[in-house]
Design a protein around this ligand. Structure first.
Ligand code: BEZ
Length: 394
């Protein structure tokens, strides 16, 4: 057989195999859109990760589990809120599972890993929680969108609310990692601008919950108030320890709303009464949109939603809008990203839009724990946009 005939014969064989689907890689054979969920399903942020997952799936379920007419397929990785495994875990989804879109994550340190992979590979990444500034500031990218907040967004309006109550000297306390430090930046900016003084900044490594020595120090400083960033299981422990240390009722406790979000059960609520926080959502928001969402979520998951569920739900809504604009062809990136940039998200938190840097422009609410609810007292900041400093998009 001549070389030319051999080549032709092989080509014909390949064509035959291809048309019978034998040689096409498994992921290319199916026309399904591959969605990777990289979230913490274990550890102190497990509840947050599961809520993002629930909300995201619920949004897609409401539209028949199709994106721009195409079926979907889920892939899942537990990131354990472990920054050192961030890149490796993101690559499991991007390189191994060949996902078209990566939804993740909760923890800012882990997000750094996802962000590196997203920038290097160009995979579409929608962030349903982690607020690390760089993702939508200096390291912003055309393929990275966030449906949550920047870490300093919720705390920017907190200081003004504290000053309105006459709390002029405050202690700031947090986990020492990007989320806590950047939430502290937002708090500092707002509180100082309102005339307050931060008398001491205290911290401990994530996810450490040995608060006792720090609470003793706060008791000896006797500030007018304490402001903090904690979330998930650690936040619940902080609230209980604060009360047990005798500080509740003596030194008012404030925080970014993650402090009390999704945690107010029968056991914790007595220790949390009166805590005031600022956040872009509350289950107590009295709108038809929120009522309908709460009802549907409770029916599906037999529990109340929280901000993490809303952010996951909005990640789903954003992807649905983008995919619809390109009839499910996510490889049409220019049109896909343009549609996502222009999206108006009809969220349970209130309608919001994307900033040029791909971060929500949204209202921030002042809330107070009453019973088992974060009751909305007022809009602390209207249509608040992050600075997007250093971002060259748009
Ligand atoms: C973060 O690490 O970015 C984060 C985690 C929990 C709540 C809010 C922010």
């Amino acid at each position: 057989m001549t070389t030319r005939r051999l080549v032709l014969t092989r080509s014909a064989a390949l064509l035959g195999a291809a048309s019978s689907g034998l040689l096409i890689p498994a992921h290319a054979q199916s026309n399904k859109i591959r969605i990777g969920l990289m979230l913490p399903y274990t550890g102190t942020f497990a509840q947050l990760g599961q809520a993002c997952d629930n909300g995201f799936r619920m949004a897609l379920e409401e539209k028949g589990n199709k994106l721009g007419g195409r079926e979907i397929e889920f892939f899942k990785v537990d990131d354990e809120s472990e920054p050192s495994k961030g890149v490796e875990n993101a690559n499991k989804l991007v390189q191994r599972d060949k996902v078209d879109v990566l939804i993740g994550t909760v923890h800012s340190g882990v997000q750094m890993g996802i962000h590196k992979v997203a920038r290097e590979t160009g995979v579409l990444n929608i962030i349903p929680n982690a607020g690390m500034h760089a993702a939508t500031r200096a390291l912003c990218a055309p393929n990275v969108f966030r449906t949550s907040f920047t870490n300093s967004q919720p705390t920017l309006a907190l200081g003004k609310a504290m000053m309105a109550k006459g709390h002029k000297k405050a202690v700031w306390i947090t986990w020492k990692y990007a989320a806590g430090d950047e939430a502290g930046e937002g708090f500092k900016e707002g509180y100082l601008a309102a005339g307050g003084t931060i008398v001491k900044e205290l911290g401990l490594p994530f996810p450490n919950v040995e608060f006792q020595a720090l609470l003793t120090e706060i008791a000896s400083i006797k500030p007018d108030a304490v402001a903090c960033f904690f979330s998930g299981g650690g936040a619940s422990k902080f609230i209980r320890d604060y009360a047990a240390a005798g500080l509740k009722g003596k030194i008012p406790l404030y925080g970014s709303g993650f402090l009390t979000e999704g945690l107010l059960d029968d056991e914790l609520a007595p220790s949390a009464q009166g805590i005031m926080t600022t956040l872009h959502y509350s289950t107590s928001l009295a709108t038809k949109r929120n009522d309908a969402f709460r009802l549907a979520y409770a029916k599906t998951f037999k529990m109340q939603p929280d901000v993490y569920a809303v952010q996951g739900y909005d990640a789903g809504q954003l992807l649905l809008q983008g995919a619809a604009a390109v009839n499910g062809d996510l490889s049409n990136k220019k049109a896909l990203y343009a549609a996502m940039e222009a999206a108006v998200i009809d969220s349970p938190r209130g309608k919001w839009t994307m900033s040029k840097a791909h971060n929500p422009v949204q209202d921030i609410y002042l809330r107070e724990v009453k019973g088992k609810e974060n009751v909305v007292l007022s809009v602390a900041a209207k249509a608040l946009s992050d600075s997007g400093a250093g971002c060259k998009l748009g």
